[in-house]
Design a protein around this ligand. Structure first.
Ligand SMILES: [Ca+2]
Ligand SMILES: [Ca+2]
Length: 225
């Protein structure tokens, strides 16, 4: 039989992330001539590389290749990329206060049925609602503020992340060019002062340099006039 025209097809399943230490691969074959045999690689992560659905043990992302051979000796290949993931939280490490109240958002991975999480303002100690994420702040911050998001899962494992919202004591840094929105144009506004001594900088150290630009939000919020 000419395998070029065989309708044999192999499927290794959809790419996936795994919150467990083990992951059951889902190989399938269609068409061709039965019976099918399966060969997965790399075999070292698998309990049975000749199984249609072997159990993989993962410590790192792995691309698995599946080769299906049918009764006529025809072969087809497929692959699947499995990424192990653990319980954890992550957020952008910092941002700058602009004209509008900030929205804080973290990514929480491997949530189980009992996982709870909570944002907190570490300056005022204000806590936000249980399982509230993202959090929309009620007002514009008037000082540099650190926030934390703490999550707890069913196994009592704690995961935490923090982020800082930079606020200059110089209020013009909320909208340097004063056009009513936070855009890339605001970064250009202080360029004439670059490396110059000034009493009008973002971090208040008296010289305009790259650190001051961290205080400028470029997240355009409202339409500019
Ligand atoms: Ca602006
Ligand atoms: Ca400065």
């Amino acid at each position: 039989m000419d395998c070029l025209f065989s309708d044999l097809a192999a499927d290794a399943g959809a790419d996936d992330v795994s919150c467990q230490a083990t992951y059951l691969l889902q190989g399938t074959a269609h068409g061709g001539t039965g019976p099918y045999s399966f060969s997965w690689s790399p075999a070292e992560f698998l309990d049975d590389p000749t199984s249609e659905t072997p159990l993989a043990t993962l410590a790192e992302p792995v691309l698995f290749c599946l080769e299906v051979t049918d009764g006529a000796g025809c072969r087809r290949e497929a692959s699947v990329f499995i990424t192990p993931q653990t319980f954890g939280v992550s957020a952008f490490p910092s941002g700058a206060q602009g004209l509008e109240a900030m929205r804080l958002e973290a990514e929480i991975t491997c949530i189980d049925g009992q996982t709870q999480w909570q944002w907190q303002n570490l300056v005022t100690q204000e806590v936000f609602g249980i399982n509230e994420n993202p959090v929309q702040l009620a007002s514009v911050l008037n000082e540099t503020t650190q926030f934390s998001l703490t999550a707890l899962n069913a196994a009592a494992t704690v995961a935490e992340t923090t982020l800082v919202v930079l606020v200059s004591s110089n209020s013009s840094f909320l909208d340097p060019n004063g056009d009513g929105c936070n855009s890339i144009s605001d970064l250009h506004h202080y360029l004439p002062d670059w490396r110059l001594e000034t009493s009008f900088d973002g971090d208040g150290n008296g010289i305009m340099d790259v650190r001051d630009y961290l205080y400028i939000s470029i997240n355009q919020t409202s339409p500019c006039r």
